[in-house]
Design a protein around this ligand. Structure first.
Ligand code: SF4
Length: 456
């Protein structure tokens, strides 16, 4: 695998039509977001500061809040499992499945499920499993991947989709939106009735209440948990909030910054069912996944990145995201500017530092973040760290060394313009890419101009 080369190839593959269509989607989301925020918050800056403070408090005391959460869940009769990495998480899930009766597994596909490779793991095991989200159903049918965290299927071609639906579920080729959704819902909903295990991702986990909050647009996660006998909630360790009352701020912040709604279309807040509430209640298991996050949390300069609530706002103002082909361009669990900050830290700066370098550092991402993550400065910090760790390629180091030597030599500075332009291109042509004009050097050096002017 060559992450840097793949990254460049991916961005080079994007054409003007695709770029314009990305901009349309991003503008649409930006407008909805701005209107939604205006309606929902009288003082958005204060709301962001409060949210940032809560997340800072959590990140400084992560161990305490996670243990509190576990104790609260256990007290109510639920179970908490800890997974150090993706393999560990899949192992825990397999153990739960093996204890079951072989019924259907409902997997409400999420970014955390993708991060640990859950879908392909379940498929390889030949288990009776279904991905419950309509969006994932569309993407799977077309063999495409998610474009955006809030509108994953925003770029699919309608004609193409209708053809595929016609072949797979005999949907009409002339079907309207309502009809398409109803056909796919009918197809998926039958499978909910045979559910044994439902797997969903939590957006927030609440330490004092031992509960989880799930925000979604389709309602499939809620349905999965309702129909299954065992509920598995995937949660990365950074999703923790101290108190139930924090949801009052965080749910509207997430919804408005995602797509301008005051609250998510479906917001489920649940915990282990009270024992006397119902005779047959599902098992409630929370799988807490670390996967590199505690290493990030251990570094005081980096831990703020884990405050992300996954709203997607920073993607929509980012000129780099507009040029990408979507989430997959970011080579990790997170996309957009937050992906450029966290993916290299989670997967290793040595292989993924290019993500932090691919930015104009305009700072627009920082200005829209609901939890005030200082995104552009985190990108700069990652760059500094990679230099400090001596991670530049040998060719790059050599190029800068030679460049410095040349620049410090008057003789070389006064060499003919064509020679200097040629040399510069040799040094930087690969990094410069095909779509930017190479900078033009001045035909004469300052020294030459000065001599001419002064008649020396
Ligand atoms: S970094 Fe901030 S703006 Fe970007 S997705 Fe996370 S919370 Fe939203």
């Amino acid at each position: 695998m060559r992450p840097f080369e793949d990254f460049i190839k991916d961005f080079d593959a994007k054409d003007l039509n695709a770029y314009e269509s990305s901009l349309r989607i991003m503008n649409h989301l930006n407008n909805s977001r701005e209107n939604g925020i205006k309606k929902a918050f009288s003082n958005i800056e204060l709301a962001r500061q409060r949210a940032a403070y809560t997340k800072w408090k959590v990140s400084e005391n992560l161990d305490k809040y996670l243990v509190d959460f576990e104790a609260s869940v256990l007290r109510k009769g639920g179970k908490v499992l800890w997974a150090y990495d993706a393999a560990n998480a899949l192992h825990e899930i397999e153990q739960i499945i093996n204890k079951g009766k072989g019924g259907r597994i409902l997997n409400s596909e999420s970014f955390l499920a993708t991060e640990i490779g859950l879908g392909s793991f379940l498929n390889k095991k030949n288990l009776k499993c279904v991905d419950t989200s309509i969006t994932s159903y569309f993407l799977d049918l077309l063999g495409e991947s998610a474009f955006h965290p809030i509108l994953p299927a925003a770029k699919i071609e309608r004609e193409e989709l209708l053809k595929k639906l016609n072949t797979s579920i005999r949907s009409s080729l002339e079907a309207g939106n309502e009809e398409i959704l109803s056909d796919v819902r009918d197809e998926l909903r039958r499978k909910f009735f045979e559910a044994e295990i439902g797997i969903v991702e939590a957006d927030f986990i609440i330490a004092d209440a031992g509960m989880v909050a799930i925000s979604e647009n389709e309602g499939d996660a809620r349905l999965s948990l309702t129909f299954s006998k065992t509920n598995i909630i995937l949660a990365s360790i950074d999703k923790i909030l101290p108190s139930f009352s924090d949801l009052e701020l965080f749910l509207p912040l997430l919804a408005t910054h995602s797509n301008g709604q005051f609250l998510p279309a479906y917001a489920s807040i649940l915990g282990p069912p009270a024992r006397d509430e119902t005779e047959v209640s599902p098992d409630f298991i929370v799988l807490l996944i670390d996967n590199g996050r505690s290493n990030i949390a251990a570094n005081q300069e980096q831990r703020q990145g884990l405050s992300c609530i996954g709203c997607g706002a920073c993607y929509d103002v980012c000129p780099v995201f507009a040029n990408s082909t979507g989430m997959t361009s970011y080579q990790g669990s997170y996309g957009g500017p937050i992906g450029q900050v966290l993916n290299p830290l989670q997967k290793g700066l040595d292989q993924y530092k290019h993500l932090s370098f691919a930015s104009t550092l305009c700072g627009k991402c920082t200005s829209v973040c609901p939890v005030n993550i200082d995104l552009h400065n985190h990108l700069l910090r990652n760059r500094h760290l990679s230099i400090k760790q001596n991670l530049e390629k040998t060719g790059e180091k050599l190029a800068w060394y030679t460049w410095k030597k040349l620049m410090l030599s008057r003789k070389n500075m006064n060499r003919p313009f064509a020679f200097k332009s040629f040399t510069l291109k040799q040094f930087f042509k690969d990094e410069w890419g095909n779509d930017r004009a190479f900078p033009k050097l001045a035909e004469k050096s300052f020294n030459q101009l000065w001599k001419e002017k002064m008649g020396l």
